[in-house]
Design a protein around this ligand. Sequence first.
Ligand code: UDX
Length: 423
Amino acid sequence: MMISVIGGGYVGLVSSVCFAELGHSVNLVEIDEEKTEAINAAIPCMHEKGLEELLLKYVGTRLKARSDYSCVAETDISFLCVGTPSSGDGSPDLTMIESACRMIGTSLDGRVGRHTIVVKSTVPPGTTENRLVPLVMGSSNKMLSEMGFAVNPEFLREGLAIQDFLMPDRIVIGSSDKAAGDAVEAAYRGLDLPIIRTTMATAEMIKYASNAFLAAKISFSNEIGNICKRLGIDAYDVLRCVGMDHRIGPHFLNAGVGFGGSCFPKDVAALISLAEGLGESTSMLRAIMDVNERQPFKIIELLEQRAGDLMGKRIAVLGLAFKNDTDDIRDSRSIPVIRELKRRGALVAAYDPQAIRNMRKVINGIDYCNSAAEALRMADACLVMTEWPEFGELDDEFDLMSSRIIIEGRRVLCCDDSEGICW
Ligand code: UDX
């Protein structure tokens, strides 16, 4: 197939290389020319396992990035992968996706034959049908019968996004009509997995409900973990057994300092905003966010119990990315932790294998280090904030600290004198 992918961010870039891997010709439309040039030079703009290899394999053959929409008319199907960031009240800001819809509509004027527009971006239920379809149709001279619309949410985990694209648990396709759904299904031909066909609003809701449920599992585990900590019980021993019940499942029960990233905080906030707009109560969803906002302060509280007043103390913070195998710091729990450490007068020495460059843009006035050992040297205490595998190999490096107070917000260390936030 001839595919357009609109947006060269995380989801768009991963989707583009994966559609190329599935044998399609992909035009990636990214309005930022610097990014377009980088992609065409096979330089990934973020750290993601396997991405560079696939870019090198397909750039110049099956994959080309462009900064204008003129190529859309030559393709059969467009996947919209632009950001829908949180606006002030929690609802998603649809400015970018609305503008992309207008641009696609205009660019389809010259097209002969049907074109299907697929929304991969996360949008509230009803958005595609009620807002995006009219925008596309209003900016194009096409008949509705020449167009198909679909919603195909992504469930990609950063760090594992390529694996998740090519081996997902399911593919959800909501469509305006059968032909539109069939066109999306054809783009995934070759993957042997369950495909769920549904309405566009249902597909939109599946994405929010999935992310809210995963976030709920984490906040639930964290609250159980906080209780366990008070009782001197290891939350991991408890939750491992809880997860053996097939009705619960073993995943996403890792208690710790809370969730971050580009999806969970934004999507739970969007669902709350949506529900409240409908007059529905959101006590469960609000509790997910409340626990998540409190966890960073729990780790500071524990640190103060062990290290005393933080004024003038050197605190090593290991891990800045919101999780391992990414350089993404969006909503990373390290941000509120470092801000609070600074507020309390601590001197922060921070290290991360990939995310220092991004964190520098957000937080200054701390000591960014080139290695965990450098951060630990003469530290009065250490906080582990990201489960990078290399932290699991740290051993003698902790001897460099001036006092050995090691607190984990993620369970990753092997040394036997560390203490966890929930264990
Ligand atoms: C998530 C969803 O998993 C994905 O399906 C969606 O489309 C995008 O958002 P991602 O944000 O990449 O993916 O990361 P994920 O692995 O889900 O972790 C999110 C956060 O939760 C991280 O901060 C992680 O450390 C934390 N987490 C995860 C926990 O604290 N405990 C867990 O058990 C699992």
